[in-house]
Design a protein. Sequence first.
Length: 146
Amino acid sequence: MTSAFAALSAAAGAGEAPRPCTLDNDWCVPLAGCIETTGEAFRGRSYGRNEGPVFATSAAGARCKGTWRRTRLGVGIAEFACADGRTGRSVYTWFERQSGTAVGKGLLGGVQVEFWSGHNLPAYFAGKDPDEVQRMSCTTAEMLVG
């Protein structure tokens, strides 16, 4: 856990690009998030197989970091704080097997936020009802690491 955290922090401080987000890189998994009421979109990464650090940045520039862990029941819980003072917690309670995407909801600064985590997020969003995707206040282009 600390190796991924230290490596990403050191790379960010040195202006280096982070390593590719793969399971071979400390179990790195991409994540995306959206605050529906404001349309603030997040992109980030989590590390670790059962627990580890989480990093995300919003389209508005908020930089957030924290930790996540898997419970005995298989539920994922993430707790994080952002440089702008907001804190949050998200619970991943659903796993979509076809794309391998974990889906979670929580609060960030008292406002509801939804998160998705997985290596095939484009396929997950492509497989959703187009009307549902159209109703989202965040676009997939804003949320997906390109």
